[in-house]
Ligand binder design. Structure first.
Ligand code: NA7
Length: 541
């Protein structure tokens, strides 16, 4: 493992481990944050606990991992040269290609020399006297900077439920986001997968083709919709490259930063048979069209939602041969879109295979992991491998798992014990010069990340140009923003499910919306207004 001393001793740094800015994370947002801060002439150090760049796309190397966003709407938009150089091979690109892309970006912009890998940040302390942050790595190494940016990702703190007996299991087990770098050789093996979220849906579809027997433990069925992926041929590639300005104009204007946008008509103004035509039309389209191209009331009105949910349920039933298995796969306990919609490429047909068993663990709960497999209330299942597709302590988890202490040693974890509080999702009162570059919005992640990273970079530039020392939101603006975020969510159906959107997937975590449910254009406008009004709501000194 590289040490800070070894890698930080560039010509510029007479004092080792002193930086203008420290960025935690070398994923999609951390790489761009480094690029932007470097443009400002700052001395920056990025720390990442992985062995390479990519964040999500470094860690999530399970079979089937891929974008649910159209590839050409996911890549960075900041460099025309990069856009023209990079050929996306599929409309929805897979993990190996995505990791290659982020490595290509790191090399093209010479980012690696300021990134220290295999370096988990354990803690960050605000030093009031020095007006600096001091971070400590797992190995005890420390580093200091005026500005601290957490580019820690929305879904990087993986979660494994505390099943009794796990330590006794004699086979291999792992979480999907800690997939072994060496192929775990699942061919012919007896494999159990726990979880049926977006990750599991991608994984199960792939590994069912090779394993000996696959047993899927499902707690809540999801509304999965066809991804409709395809390779990008040469003609299409040329068209994509010629139309990037238009692609990014459309993603800038749409509700959630995708090419898809909600229907402009109201559900209630369109006759039932015409609504059905729209659903069928959307169903044929790739990606999230079936969700984000629908009537807006699908997200806010239970009657509208239930009609569409019933349409999706019928689609599921059509594809599963055994009606009893189909019924288990049909979601009935939450509205469509109140949990993340998994996109799939043959998921439901998996349950028509002889080598796949679906276990409904609401009917037959998991009791324990045994040395040879897993025991539910009703049966024992022998396994060679158990895979936890059990999700993440989303959005706040990557931050609260570090010991981050602001003014008066107050910890972020304590501040957020009843749910996250922030101003604009970017800063927290009492944590000066600490920025969260996560874009916790209902958005095609890179589109909103670029917007947030640009905002943070401009803010830091502004502070430096004016010779100011620090920025933090006032308690009042933090309170008003937090109320606004919660009120917005209350007007949607997002609060109606036990999802990671609500923090409800983690035992003991406060139930509170973790995503800003406004449109991306509205969020962009708010960020712009705040900056233009001399960082209204912040205290600068
Ligand atoms: P998710 O969507 O949080 O899914 C986790 C799955 O694991 C889900 O099916 C859970 O069931 C299940 N789970 C969680 N805890 C348990 C326990 N204790 N017992 C049994 N089953 C459990 O995570 P993913 O990784 O699939 O996706 C995360 C995001 O990554 C996704 O939304 C995309 O944005 C990309 P539950 O539904 O809670 O009943």
């Amino acid at each position: 493992m590289a040490t800070t001393q070894q890698t930080a001793s560039s010509d510029k740094s007479r004092t080792p481990n002193q930086f203008d800015a420290i960025v935690i994370g070398a994923g999609v947002s951390g790489l761009y944050q480094l690029y932007r801060l470097r443009q400002l002439g700052l001395k920056v150090r990025v720390f990442d606990d992985g062995g390479g760049v990519g964040g999500t796309w470094y860690w999530n190397r399970y079979p089937g991992a891929r974008f649910d966003s159209e590839s050409y709407t996911y890549g960075y938009s900041f460099s025309d040269e990069l856009l023209q150089e990079w050929d996306w091979k599929e409309h929805f690109s897979g993990q190996p290609e995505n990791e290659r892309y982020l490595n290509y970006v790191a090399d093209k912009f010479d980012l690696r020399r300021d990134i220290q890998f295999n370096s988990r940040v354990n803690s960050a302390d605000w030093d009031e006297a020095a007006q600096k942050w001091e971070i400590a790595l797992e190995n005890g190494t420390k580093a200091r900077a005026r500005f601290l940016v957490a580019a820690t990702g929305l879904l990087s703190a993986h979660y494994i439920p505390q099943f009794e007996g796990l330590e006794s299991f004699k086979g291999d087990w792992f979480h999907t986001s800690r997939w072994p770098h060496q192929d775990p050789q699942l061919a012919g093996k007896r494999v159990g997968v726990i979880g049926t979220g977006a990750t599991a849906v991608q994984l199960i579809t792939e590994i069912a083709k090779v394993v000996g027997h696959l047993t899927v433990f499902q707690r809540t069925p999801n509304y999965c919709a066809p991804l409709r992926n395809a390779p990008i041929d040469a003609d299409t590639q040329a068209k994509i490259k010629a139309s990037y300005p238009d692609i990014f104009r459309r993603t800038r204007e749409s509700f959630a930063g995708f090419l898809h946008n909600f229907d402009t008509r109201s559900f209630f103004d369109v006759p039932a048979e015409k609504r059905k035509e729209l659903y069928e039309e959307l169903w044929k389209q790739p990606g999230f069209a079936k969700w984000l191209g629908n009537f807006p009331e699908i997200m806010t009105n239970l009657e509208a939602n239930e009609e569409y949910a019933e349409f999706v349920r019928a689609k599921i039933r059509e594809r599963v041969k055994d009606p009893a298995v189909a019924e288990k796969l049909v979601p009935k306990d939450h509205p469509f879109g109140s949990k993340r919609i998994p996109l799939e490429s043959g998921y439901y047909e998996v349950f028509n295979r002889d080598n796949v068993t679906l276990v409904d663990i609401r009917e037959s709960p998991i009791e324990r992991i045994t040395p040879s497999g897993l025991k539910t209330r009703d049966a024992e299942y022998p396994f060679d491998v158990i895979i936890f597709a059990t999700g993440f302590d989303a959005i706040t988890g990557p931050l609260t798992r570090m010991d981050i202490r602001g003014e008066n040693q107050q910890s972020l974890k304590d501040r957020w014990v009843d749910g996250p509080r922030s101003y604009l999702g970017i800063q927290v009162a009492g944590f000066p010069n600490f920025f969260i570059a996560n874009a916790a919005t209902f958005c095609n992640v890179p589109r909103c990340l670029e917007m947030v990273v640009d905002w943070i970079s401009d803010c830091i530039s502004n502070i430096n140009q004016r010779g100011l020392a620090r920025i933090a939101p006032s308690r009042e603006s933090e309170q008003a923003w937090t109320d606004h975020v919660n009120e917005l969510a209350a007007g949607t159906l997002l609060t109606k499910a036990d999802s990671w959107f609500m923090g409800a997937n983690i035992p003991g975590k406060a139930r509170a919306i973790l995503l800003y449910a406004n449109s991306a254009p509205a969020y962009r406008q708010k960020l712009q207004e705040v900056a233009e009004n001399n960082y209204e709501g912040f205290v600068l000194s």
